[in-house]
Design a protein around this ligand. Structure first.
Ligand code: AMP
Length: 208
């Protein structure tokens, strides 16, 4: 199963990907997680990405395309993968399609998780993650257990200012990939409003 989760920032892509992994037995490939790891390690790529990410801007296409091409060529991704946060621009979608065509494989599903803009800022500014387990919580909608609450961290780009910038980028740069996949007949839309359990049930239904 080769699939992509698309949606605005805060749509629940990371949360849902983590829940779907076991069911489908494929690796979760999040370009956001890969870039954050590079920033933490202080690599050249991390330094380049850090400023873009803090502003809520996209990292240049050639950087993320290279990262993903390398990652999907690894042995664990040969049977499939779940891409989260990539592609985010039309050139990224086209580069991925070329790489898949060259390997003689294709996407099974592209799932668009739809959440209205007015819910996004609340979802993002209340988001916290556990650096030890990677679990994602929300202070109001998915409160963390008391014993982990003290160690939770907030992403640097989960401020209101960066969130507004990321939402703008989503509409101007990422939304054009929706008709690209619609034309290819692989796009499914899923309502992302509701509890994480409700959205997981809809996704499983849509993916089959
Ligand atoms: P995410 O964790 O998916 O919300 O990504 C966090 C940030 O990483 C984004 O706001 C971008 O700055 C950067 N990023 C992640 N994936 C991509 C991508 N496919 N193209 C460009 N920038 C990306």
């Amino acid at each position: 199963m080769r699939m992509i989760l698309v949606g605005p920032p805060g749509a629940g892509k990371g949360t849902q990907a983590a829940r779907l992994l076991e069911r489908y037995g494929i690796p979760h490939i999040s370009t956001g997680d890969m870039l954050r790891a590079a920033v933490k390690e202080g690599t050249e790529l991390g330094k380049q990405a850090d400023a873009c990410m803090k502003r809520g801007d996209l990292v240049p296409d050639e950087v993320v395309i290279g990262l993903v091409q390398e990652r999907i060529a690894k042995p664990d991704a040969q049977k499939g993968f779940m891409l989260d946060g990539f592609p985010r621009t039309l050139p990224q979608a086209q580069a991925l399609q070329t790489a898949l065509d060259e390997s003689g494989v294709d996407l099974d599903a592209v799932v668009l998780i739809e959440v209205p803009d007015q819910l996004i800022v609340d979802r993002i500014t209340g988001r916290r993650s556990d650096p030890e387990t990677g679990a994602i919580y929300h202070l109001k909608f998915n409160p963390p257990p008391a014993d982990v609450a003290d160690r939770l961290v907030q992403r640097k780009d989960d401020t209101e200012e960066a969130c507004v910038a990321r939402l703008e980028k989503y509409h101007s740069q990422t939304a054009p990939i929706v008709p690209f996949y619609e034309k290819r007949g692989v796009l499914t839309r899923v309502d992302g409003v509701g509890t994480p359990d409700e959205v997981t049930a809809r996704l499983v239904d849509a993916i089959g």
